[in-house]
Design a protein around this ligand. Structure first.
Ligand code: ADP
Length: 318
């Protein structure tokens, strides 16, 4: 658990994060969202002490972060950045094993760990293990960045706009991988983005920041249904383009973004419902049955559908 208690960060008496108090639960996928300059990165970097706080407390498992040995704190918190800093002259394996090496894992454990992690993101260990990272595409590099953050099995992973430089399809695939890994491994993830769609697809809860302060914290459903103020309302309107409202569940069914199942889920949705309603429901349920059918829509389906929409709307604009 990560607790923020009246946290402030000031530069020359200017507060860039103020009176920030909230709790991130264990195993939660927590998203920090807000416009550029709203203090998201500063908040994230205070967790692993890349930035010192000016006032207040951040506690991990009840203990203030300043009481932890700095090196140990950083080893136990994975960190993924937008422009991942892989070591270009090292192999993929060497890059992944930086922290396990420092922790003096056995050779065998390290070898197995690399294989397990590469497989978990669909990269064949034997063909990738010894390649240089400079040979990889942007998407593959980010994937290795995610894997490297997980390497030493940290309880917490911090991610700062990790996918924002990627094309929509690659981005969508990585979002799916990260969501799957997080559900499997039950890590606490704190994820920074300025993209409302991404926040809704990934976050168990979302914290919307503005000028260093919290405007609203809640599930996607709470924020979409009950925006706390005009700022939140406007942020949602700008962040969720209209096509979402026009598209319906029928569009996902027609495009095959469903699985057939024999086990109906507790949540059911009609084909005439909008994608917006579907998004809200999927923030609460892992899967939803399409009314009167055996078809089930999962978060992964929704993310794929939205990515395709985003890709095609981008093409329309070119
Ligand atoms: P975000 O991640 O939401 O874009 P940041 O946390 O990066 O926002 O920045 C919040 C504010 O703090 C910005 O106005 C930025 O200019 C300011 N800031 C960040 N780092 C420094 C610094 N080292 N000195 C002074 N101001 C800074």
């Amino acid at each position: 658990m990560i607790q923020f208690e009246k946290v402030y960060k000031r530069y020359n008496d200017q507060a860039v994060v103020s009176d920030f108090s909230l709790e991130i639960k264990e195993g939660e996928f927590f998203v920090l969202i807000g416009p550029s300059g709203s203090g998201k990165t500063t908040t994230l970097k205070m967790i692993n002490q890349l930035i010192d706080l000016s006032e207040g407390y951040i506690r991990i498992e009840g203990k203030p972060i300043s009481d932890y040995d700095l090196q140990e704190l950083r080893w136990n918190i994975g960190y993924v950045l937008q422009q991942i800093a892989l070591f270009p002259n090292m192999t993929i394996e060497e890059n992944i094993l930086v922290v396990p090496e420092m922790k003096k894992w056995s050779k065998e454990d390290m070898r197995n760990r690399v294989a397990e992690l590469l497989e978990s993101v669909g990269m064949d260990p034997e063909s990738y293990r010894h390649r240089k990272t400079s040979e990889l595409s942007g998407g593959e590099q980010q994937r290795i960045g995610v894997v490297r953050a997980l390497a030493a099995d940290p309880d917490i992973i911090l991610m700062d706009e990790p996918f924002s430089a990627l094309d929509p399809i690659t981005r969508n695939n990585l979002q799916k991988d990260v969501l799957k890994l997080q559900r499997q491994l039950k890590k606490t993830v704190v994820f920074v983005t300025h993209d409302m769609q991404e926040a809704i697809s990934l976050g168990d809860r979302i914290c919307l920041m503005n000028k260093g302060k919290i405007e609203q914290v809640g599930t996607a459903e709470e924020i979409l249904k009950q925006p706390a103020n005009d700022f939140v309302r406007e942020f949602i309107q700008t962040g969720l383009p209209n096509y979402q409202e026009e598209k319906t569940v029928q569009d996902l069914v027609e495009k095959g973004y469903v699985d057939q199942t024999v086990e109906p889920t507790s949540a059911i949705i009609a084909t005439t419902e909008t994608v917006k309603t579907l998004t809200i429901l999927l923030s609460e349920h892992e899967a939803i049955t399409v009314e009167g059918t055996n078809a089930v829509i999962t978060k992964a389906h929704l993310v794929s559908f939205l990515a395709e929409e985003a890709a095609s709307s981008k093409e329309d604009n070119i």
